[in-house]
Design a protein around this ligand. Structure first.
Ligand SMILES: Nc1ncnc2c1ncn2[C@@H]1O[C@H](COP(=O)(O)OP(=O)(O)OP(=O)(O)O)[C@@H](O)[C@H]1O
Ligand SMILES: [Mg+2]
Length: 331
């Protein structure tokens, strides 16, 4: 099998860690990934979002050569995802969605075992380095099965870094992990990216999505948005207002019935009102502002607003903007 990397499709553009075009995958008669094209630039942290079952894991496995697509093509670290899968596997660290190390081995034994599998040169040194780098040295004799969720994820990350990969594929690495451990894990991801490693990471957490350089959103196997957080938000054409005041929580039903209002979300005594027709929503909000006890203010839409809007939009290509207001009013 050739070791030669595929020449860049666009030599003038940014160097790409992942560059796939038109990937398709069926399981039985179910079309689970549909015409997926995605580019991850070298050195960036790229977030991959989408509801459960939308095709994130399947896409990740195709992008790193673990699963053969039915059609489509592309490269991972410059190697062909169909014909050069061995070269890709040697250079990629893949952290699977579920903890897949050995619970009855210690931390050090797990790392040593993985280092043997990857035939990592100077194995002992590599294991010691991984233990130090992720703050696991003091715990090296602990059984993996006895670790908390956060520490298990750190161990899994250490294991997939042993062979010094250039690209990390992290599939929901922080699911079920507490906020402090998640933040520490993300600080680590940023340190790795600053050192030149590219990262594709799937997540359901908005704060994590905001920490990515660029993002993609997939639903029912189709990519619905790709870009920086600001680009993804702008692409949804959402207008947002806050309605605050002691009695604001009692206003939810009334606000939902107003023209232009698609969604009303409560944050304590503040309501967050969004819609896609900015002018209509502004008229409605001005009518609300006339009521003395409510303070109404236009605000910037958030990434969460954008993703909820994308979740509501059918994957078959209808944009949320085209959706009748009455759909949202019942929500
Ligand atoms: N090996 C398989 N055989 C049959 N169907 C599969 C297989 N793997 C995944 N699927 C189906 O493909 C679809 C996409 O699954 P996938 O695991 O890629 O989604 P996901 O976005 O990673 O979901 P989650 O957020 O729950 O991890 C789902 O309907 C799933 O049931
Ligand atoms: Mg998954």
């Amino acid at each position: 099998m050739s070791e030669t990397r595929v020449p860049d499709a666009d030599p003038g553009g940014p160097a790409l860690a992942i560059d796939v075009v038109g990937l398709d995958k069926h399981f039985g008669d179910k079309h689970v990934v549909v015409d997926l094209s995605l580019q991850v630039r070298e050195g960036e942290i790229f977030g991959f979002l989408g509801p459960n079952g939308s095709g994130k894991t399947t896409s990740i496995r195709m992008m790193c050569g673990l699963l053969r697509p039915d059609s489509g093509s592309g490269t991972c670290l410059g190697y062909d995802v169909i014909h050069q899968t061995e070269q890709i596997k040697r250079r990629v660290g893949y952290m699977t969605q579920r903890f897949s190390l050995w619970e009855d081995l210690t931390i050090a034994e797990n790392l040593d075992f993985v280092a043997r599998m990857y035939e990592v040169p100077r194995r002992r040194e590599a294991v010691a380095r991984a233990l130090r780098a992720l703050g696991l040295a003091d715990r090296s004799a602990q059984l993996a099965g006895a670790l908390s969720g956060g520490w298990k994820q750190r161990l899994a990350l250490a294991a997939c870094l042993l062979h010094q990969p250039r690209l990390l594929l992290l599939d929901e690495p922080t699911a079920g992990v507490d906020p402090k451990a998640r933040r520490d894990f993300w600080d680590e991801i940023h340190r790795l990216a600053a050192g030149g490693i590219s990262v594709l990471v799937s997540t359901h957490y908005m704060d994590e999505a905001e920490r990515c350089h660029r993002l993609a959103y997939i639903a029912e196997g189709r990519l619905l948005a790709q870009g920086t957080a600001d680009e993804v938000i702008a692409g949804q054409h959402i207008a947002a207002w806050s309605v605050a005041g002691r009695d604001a929580p009692d206003e939810v039903a009334r606000l939902r019935a107003l023209p232009g209002v698609v969604r009303v979300t409560s944050f304590g005594n503040t309501l967050h009102v969004t819609g896609h027709d900015a002018a209509l929503l502004e008229q409605s909000m001005q009518s609300v502002a006339l009521r003395e006890h409510l303070h109404v203010q236009r605000i910037e839409p958030t990434l969460e607003d954008a993703f909820i809007s994308l979740m509501d939009a059918p994957a078959a290509g209808r944009t949320p903007r085209a959706r009748p207001v009455a759909d949202g009013a019942s929500r």
